[in-house]
Ligand binder design. Structure first.
Ligand code: TRP
Length: 480
């Protein structure tokens, strides 16, 4: 296997890396997924948000650092990075499997991610050329259903979006990915601030904030905890090799710890701002955030129709969503493309289009799963639901778990210390969280979800014992 480490690109500077990683993190997850999961956990949204924030801090941040560490140390695409670090640390080359799971998982996500992004391009286009005109909730739902029932229209916008994303990746790491992020992210942020202010002025911000941060413990619903964790993974692009691939272009001098704090804080901030803007409009116009992936598209157009300057607002809003989705989609494509170029020496542009083709095809099947093929179901989910569920509830948490075990327990302290140059205390804290809290946290949530409440009888006492053990261990290391 080719393991050339020469001629690899490096981001122009630390800020470029921060920018592209935020670009990957902030996406449909923060806008479309967040609003519909929050809407679905009605009554326990505050719990969902708190679990999400806790998971970001306790699981997301440490894992983000671990993933970047592997990428930078391994200096290659996720497969090669795993292989190189496994060799260097005397571990089995089988660990490279984790890289494979990542790059294929990312493509799997991309196939439906691009379809949903296509919806946004459709809505953007219509806002731009004819303005949104839906007078009643029924009309908004009908407009959405019409899009869903039309496989050609869905596939058309999905194709356009795939071309946009592939075009950027084809142009290279610096010329394509970095440049695209440098243009889109500042614009994205500017539009978001504008939209939030405007949304607060015409909408109902206090109710939105109450909705998002209301902590009614008694209203907790079973799936909320796993939803919160899954969302932390998804919105930080974890467990899929995307961050590993980006990390492999990071220069040696940059501090991984400091950089990650920036990424996480900015990602969470933008995500919450987005939620506030969306729900402020939703409540301001007396709409209910009901459930389902179509939530945003069924409610917001109504608000756009009735608010002052609605057409401009709508166009800007969908442009914002497209930018966010675009910068994320390229990070889903990059891992496999870099593997193809590094493994077979294929030119990047060719590798990018060759990767996009099967993903696009799977995406067309996803388009059909909303209409012509909607009766084909597995566990009562259409293809779209199956892919989403498999990726976010299984592959991401499990590969996150494997990454934590790999960096925490297998890689060896010498390599880890060499890459994560934090002050002693901060390092010890991070390392112990990665070794104990992350694996235990992921396993608990995962088992709980699998086994339901019955399992809690065993899991909770075991969890308490483990927590004691962790505290003891941390204190011991700390006092050393
Ligand atoms: N984080 C992105 C979002 O919130 C989606 C995404 C991009 C992603 N790259 C990823 C999710 C890698 C998982 C893994 O929309």
């Amino acid at each position: 296997m080719s393991q050339s480490t020469s001629s690899r690109s490096t981001w122009s500077n630390r800020w470029a890396f921060i920018l592209v990683t935020i670009g990957s993190a902030v996406g449909l997850g923060n806008i479309w997924k967040f609003s519909y999961i929050a809407g679905a956990s009605e009554g326990s949204v505050g719990i969902f948000v708190v679990v999400y924030l806790a998971c970001v801090a306790l699981i997301g941040l440490p894992l983000l650092m671990a993933e970047i560490l592997i990428g930078r140390r391994g200096r290659g695409n996720p497969v090669v990075a795993m292989l190189n670090t496994a060799r260097e640390s005397g571990n089995s080359p089988w660990w490279a499997l984790l890289g494979w799971v990542g790059i294929f998982g990312a493509l799997m996500i991309l196939s439906f991610y691009s379809v949903v992004s296509g919806w946004m391009v459709d809505y953007f286009w219509h806002s731009l050329v004819e303005g949104v005109q839906v007078g009643t909730p029924e009309a908004a739902v009908a407009a959405y259903d019409e899009l869903m029932s039309n496989p050609l229209r869905l596939s058309f916008w999905h194709t356009i979006f795939m071309i946009l994303a592939t075009g950027v990746v084809a142009r290279g790491v610096i010329g394509g990915i970095e440049t695209a992020n440098k243009i889109m992210l500042p614009l994205l942020f500017l539009i978001l601030v504008l939209l939030t202010l405007w949304g607060a002025a015409v909408g109902d911000m206090p109710t939105a904030l109450r909705f998002m941060f209301n902590l009614k413990v008694e209203a907790i619903k079973p799936g909320v905890v796993l939803d919160g964790m899954g969302h932390a993974f998804f919105s930080l692009s974890l467990g899929m090799g995307a961050i590993m691939a980006y990390g492999s272009y990071l220069d040696k001098r940059t501090s991984i710890g400091n950089t990650c704090v920036w990424i996480v804080v900015a990602g969470v901030f933008i995500g919450l701002l987005c939620g506030a803007a969306i729900f402020s409009l939703t409540f301001g116009f007396d709409l209910t955030p009901d459930t389902g992936p179509g939530l945003m598209l069924k409610t917001l157009p109504l608000a756009f129709t009735h608010m002052p300057g609605g057409r401009v607002f709508a166009t800007l809003f969908f442009l914002f969503v497209i930018f966010a989705a675009w910068t994320s989609a390229i990070s889903l494509l990059e891992p496999f493309v870099s593997w193809l170029t590094e493994r077979y020496g294929i030119r990047r542009a060719r590798a990018a289009w060759a990767t996009a083709l099967p993903v696009w095809l799977l995406g067309v099947a996803v388009c059909l799963s909303f209409n012509d093929w909607s009766e084909y179901r597995i566990f009562d989910r259409n293809l779209f639901g199956v892919l989403d569920h498999l990726a976010t509830r299984f592959i991401m948490p499990l590969s996150g778990l494997a990454i934590a075990i790999y960096v925490g327990w297998r890689l060896g302290k010498v390599i880890v210390v060499d890459e994560i140059r934090l002050k002693q205390r901060a390092f010890t804290l991070w390392f112990n969280v990665l070794r104990y809290v992350v694996p235990v946290g992921i396993s608990l949530v995962f088992l709980y979800e699998l086994g339901g409440t019955a399992l809690l009888i065993y899991v909770v006492p075991a969890g308490i014992l483990l927590v004691f053990f962790i505290i003891k261990q941390v204190l011991r290391d700390w006092l050393k």
